[in-house]
Design a protein around this ligand. Structure first.
Ligand code: AMP
Length: 271
């Protein structure tokens, strides 16, 4: 099957970009779409709130949905095809997806707190890639663990799609754009900036600490001056996602997950 996929994709005589989203589109999504639109003849933007990647029913129910506005925004991009599938189109009865061994990449960081989340992500992206056969697919650095896992799974499944990384888009305050921000009050948005400030703190203070562990402890103390409820702060090797504690690695990313009221937010930064 994989050989066939490669053949069909090679035979397409135009480049097709793909931007998978769960809707409630913001400037972060739009940067991905604009880039895909300029780098390919056409771009497919999917809007699908994937039930398989939610381990919490309430989180799925409360996920923001602004479909009419999303369509309006995408109408301005001339070579954009909006794809709003139903569950059956993505998970047909003859779905032959088989889960893969992600060698622990799916059970650390986010995976530790959201069991099954990344297998759900890998499944949906696998099925989308099979349907769309994109030349290039665009993902945000904002979800850096997801990006690393998609790069790995695309390689394992032997999909010919190029995975393109796009920078995190932020508000002027530093708060990373997220669909979930729609659920925050103005005051909560101000409180949530502590996540970005802590990431900057980590980046700046790296040179003063002997070990990543020491830096992490200082960062936790800094973060706890704010009002959010911390789930984790971790420093990991950027590609393998292996958590570093006693020794520095060459490329490292700091990541934070925290609750602002009822809303769970994540962010990360290369340090
Ligand atoms: P989502 O709709 O949250 O599943 O996100 C769809 C895509 O947009 C994913 O590849 C995300 O990483 C990306 N994305 C979400 N927020 C941002 C942001 N603030 N900056 C850049 N990319 C983002």
């Amino acid at each position: 099957m994989n050989n066939e996929l490669t053949k069909v994709s090679k035979n397409r005589d135009y480049d097709l970009g793909f931007v998978p989203t769960m809707g409630a589109l913001h400037r972060g999504h739009l940067e991905l779409v604009k880039r895909a639109s300029t780098e390919n003849q056409s771009v497919v933007v999917s809007i699908f709130v994937n039930p398989n990647q939610f381990n919490n029913k309430e989180d799925l129910e409360k996920y923001p949905r602004t479909i009419e506005n999303d369509i309006k925004v995408l109408e301005n991009i001339s070579n954009c095809i909006v794809f709003i599938p139903n569950k059956h189109e993505i998970y047909p009865d003859d779905d032959n997806f088989q889960s893969i061994d992600l060698q622990g990449m799916d059970t650390i960081l986010e995976g530790k707190y959201r069991p099954g989340h990344f297998q759900g992500v890998v499944h949906v992206i696998h099925n989308f890639f099979k349907l769309i056969r994109p030349t290039r697919a665009y993902f945000g650095q904002k979800d850096f663990q997801q990006l690393a896992i998609i790069k790995k799974s695309t390689h394992i499944f032997n999909f010919p799609t190029h995975i393109i990384t796009c920078k995190t888009v932020r508000d002027n305050s530093g708060l990373a754009k997220s669909s979930r921000n729609l659920r925050l009050s103005a005051a909560e948005k101000r409180d949530a900036v502590i996540i970005f400030k802590t990431l900057i703190f980590i980046k700046k203070n790296r040179k003063y600490c002997k070990t990543p562990k020491e830096l992490k402890i200082q960062a936790m103390n800094f973060f706890l001056k704010g009002k959010l409820k911390l789930e984790y702060i971790e420093i990991c090797e950027s590609k393998s996602l292996e958590i570093v504690e006693n020794q520095w690695a060459e490329n490292m990313t700091a990541s934070i997950a925290a609750y602002c009221g009822e809303v769970r937010l994540i962010d990360n930064m290369e340090i």
